[in-house]
Design a protein around this ligand. Structure first.
Ligand code: ZN
Length: 412
């Protein structure tokens, strides 16, 4: 049978799996895999469930690569690898997704239980259903459909389900790359963890990532006598406002990226005093910065310290920094790389759209591969509801993305 005939059969088979795919989404959603540092237990239970699923569905060489983590009740963070063998072992076509999810955030903003997925107008709602389960499930069913149709792909197919993507990947793909030699330079690595609503964005470059914890130290006092203390919250607020100048100080633009600028945003805020009538002596907030590759992280760091010194003088506080993440931009994947070409072809066949290689704000695991000298591309068709209340996955996208993976698996 020719390749086109095979793909049509495969696509029809995937279509028949629609309800099963939704069902798997809902089961996965009910196993919250939140990182210990975000108050969860890690991915062990979700991985166990998935390993059983993979074994029951004909995947071979199912392996769990465990990254030790004493903060997780299991004592480790699991990374699952599984294969479907092709005619040649010369390369492996990988789809890598992550099992971990972020916490639900403010529960009152949710219309339902974040961990009891519900369906509304062709969408599955729940924490993790888009990020990253939409494509995790899609990748599994693309392979299941190949098997059901008795199609043997040209090359081996690898499925990687990793841990710890949301909090830095050290116990996820970084650990797998260091302890396992399963990824090779000639492999095709698709990371469906970034994309746009039309499925036309193939991400090949990332910004540098710089996360900072900022602790402001003043002096606690009674609310009625602020002059006897130093209000750390107020000083930190002046500091946050001053840090907005970073946008003016680093105004560079790069059209490969969307958005085309560096971003400098205050995000997490730790609670201070529990009562209204105390002048807080300590304040903690965090900055999430995504910096264009041509700007050096060290320069931004220096600027921040200069601004901090000014606030320290004027507000009589001490400001302390703790780097949470500092990841210089990885060398980009070539816009001509085989994985980019394969994605373009598949997106055209399934979604009838021209996909384009571009850069984004960083933080996807593809950078880990690129730093290791292995080209990887991020692609997915999604609505970018990740990390939001009422996160959803459009069921058509999940099914469509499975066809895209299937198309790539069948390419010569
Ligand atoms: Zn993700």
């Amino acid at each position: 049978m020719n390749a086109i005939g095979s793909f049509d059969k495969l696509a029809r088979r995937i279509e028949q799996y629609r309800d099963e795919m939704v069902d798997l989404q809902m089961k996965l959603c009910a196993i919250p895999a939140i990182a210990p540092s975000s108050g969860g237990e890690g991915e062990a239970k979700k991985a166990e469930f998935l390993v059983d699923w993979l074994k029951a569905n004909g995947f071979v060489d199912v392996t769990v690569v465990k990254a030790p983590d004493l903060d997780a009740p299991a004592g480790y963070r699991p990374n699952v690898l599984a294969y479907y063998r092709g005619k040649s072992q010369a390369r492996t076509v990988w789809v890598m997704t992550h099992m971990d999810v972020v916490p639900p955030g403010e529960l009152s903003l949710w219309r339902g239980d974040p961990f009891k997925a519900w369906i509304e107008k062709g969408r599955v709602h729940g924490r993790g259903v888009e990020d990253n389960q939409q494509d995790l499930v899609a990748s599994l069913y693309a392979v299941k459909a190949l098997q059901a149709e008795g199609l043997v792909p040209s090359y081996d197919i690898g499925i990687a389900l990793v841990a710890d993507e949301e909090t830095g990947s050290l116990k996820g793909i970084e650990h797998v790359l260091q302890s396992h030699k399963c990824f090779r330079k000639q492999d095709l690595i698709v990371v469906p963890d970034a994309g746009n609503e039309h499925g036309t964005m193939i991400e090949v470059a990332e910004k540098s990532l710089f996360w900072l914890k900022v602790k402001t130290l003043g002096k606690q006092a009674h609310g009625s006598t602020p002059e006897k203390g130093v209000n750390a919250f107020k000083a930190a607020s002046f500091f946050v406002a001053a840090l907005n100048d970073l946008y003016k100080i680093y105004p560079g633009r790069d059209r490969l990226f969307d958005p085309p600028i560096s971003t400098f945003e205050p995000t997490k805020k730790e609670a201070n005093v529990p009562n209204v009538n105390t002048i807080p002596g300590e304040d903690v907030f965090y900055m999430d910065m995504r910096i264009l590759p041509k700007v050096r992280i060290q320069d931004v760091e220096k600027t921040i310290r200069t601004i901090a010194a000014k606030i320290e003088r004027t507000s009589k506080v001490k400001i302390r920094f703790e780097v949470q993440q500092k990841a210089p931009a990885a060398p980009p994947t070539s816009v001509q790389a085989p994985v980019v070409m394969a994605l373009k072809k598949a997106v055209k066949a399934v979604y009838r759209k021209e996909a384009k290689a571009m850069g984004i704000g960083g933080g996807t695991v593809a950078a880990v591969f690129r730093r290791a000298g292995i080209p990887a591309a991020c692609w997915s068709k999604l609505d970018e509801t990740a990390h939001q209340p009422n996160e959803y996955c459009i069921i058509d996208n999940m099914v469509g993305d499975a066809k895209v993976f299937g198309h790539i698996f069948l390419q010569e």
